[in-house]
Design a protein around this ligand. Structure first.
Ligand code: TRP
Length: 344
């Protein structure tokens, strides 16, 4: 059976959205609007798998929503909402919990990393986090999921859950008129290496909101002067820029800045090096600072304006939630029939 092509992705509501989030995820979300029906979700229920300050959670949920809109996601054509407003996510997550095996979840590397040595004391929610993520995707029967490399394993688990559900209930799926598979197996749309943005202070570390040094990242809400200063102060090495890509090997800081330029300008790294190769870093940094300010400045300004307008943001989320729920409710009705729950 052919499924309707649909994109779903989720972003955790965390403060300090930065250039890495923008180039790694949001730019991709924006581009996918052309060819797919898209659903973009602020996953506040995933956020509380570790304790969140309630006032801060509301603030960051609205901030991510503002970023989506400021970056160019159209909340009329596509769906932007926050997870907790559509109870079907939690409902389907329970079914996913009963389909997923302990062994599968035990293998999740992100859980192992996050739990560390403190396994006895992390929340149960953190352990079943990937199961809720599967529910997010499957409740819309989404076919394509743009994610970073770090979420690939979780997406594979979502496929395994979908597959096992389709197998375990094959008989019932058929008898209810859904053909041979109820859930499509969601395909990852993995970001390329060009969009992996590294710290401006250390080219071997990912740009991160939790880095102690604010100089290591460009926040989406940084003003023009701050952006330019951070680029000019970014760590580099003493050599001029190479003219070809293989000259970037072993030079993570140079590689990162060239990658950022290429991604912001929408050209290849080779093109960037054709233009700047052989030149001094200072010349290139000036060009990169100008480009960054031109691309990010307006986004930051729009984000600031939108985050102050709670009424508007909350209306977008309410409207998106209603539309999302209309789809999710249909899926849940079918799932209940398939599983054998008596329903109204
Ligand atoms: N786990 C994802 C992250 O941390 C966020 C997420 C939640 C997600 N549900 C999703 C991503 C569904 C894609 C699809 O980045």
């Amino acid at each position: 059976m052919a499924f309707k092509e649909r994109v779903f992705s989720g972003v955790q509501p965390t403060g300090n959205l930065h250039l890495g989030n923008y180039l790694g995820a949001i730019v991709k979300f924006v581009a996918l609007q052309e060819n797919y029906d898209c659903i973009y979700c602020v996953v506040d229920m995933h956020a509380i798998t570790v304790w969140q300050d309630p006032a801060e959670l509301k603030k960051t949920t609205r901030e991510v929503t503002a970023a989506f809109i400021a970056c160019g996601i159209d909340p009329q054509k596509h769906i932007i909402f926050n997870q907790s407003q559509v109870a079907e996510h939690a409902e389907l997550a329970w079914v996913c919990n009963c389909v997923a095996r302990m062994g599968w979840l035990n293998r999740m590397t992100q859980f192992k990393e996050k739990a560390g040595k403190d396994r006895e004391n992390v929340s149960v929610g953190l352990f079943v986090y990937p199961s809720l993520m599967a529910a997010d995707i499957l409740v819309y029967r989404a076919t394509h999921v743009p994610v970073g490399e770090d979420q690939k394993q979780h997406l594979e688990l979502s496929r395994d859950i979908a597959q096992k559900f389709n197998n375990d209930f094959a008989e019932s799926i058929r008898s209810h008129g859904f053909g041979d598979a109820f859930f499509p197996l969601p395909e990852p749309l993995i970001q390329g290496p060009a969009t992996r943005v590294m710290s401006l202070r250390d080219g071997s570390k990912k740009m991160s909101k939790s880095d102690a040094s604010d100089q290591s990242r460009i926040n989406l809400t940084d003003d023009a002067d701050t952006i330019a200063l951070k680029i000019r102060r970014a760590k580099t090495d003493p050599h001029p820029l190479p003219s070809e890509e293989k000259g970037l090997e072993g030079r993570p800081e140079a590689e990162n800045l060239v990658g950022i330029y290429a991604a912001l300008q929408g050209v290849s790294r080779a093109d960037v090096l054709k233009q700047f190769g052989g030149g001094q870093f200072s010349t290139f940094k000036n060009a990169l600072a100008d480009l960054s300010v031109a691309k990010l400045g307006p986004i930051g300004a729009e984000m600031k304006r939108l985050t102050q307008d709670h009424a508007y943001i909350d209306k977008v989320l309410a409207h998106g939630s209603e539309r999302a729920q209309a789809i999710a409710a249909e899926t849940m009705k079918a799932v209940k029939d398939i599983v054998g729950f008596v329903r109204r």
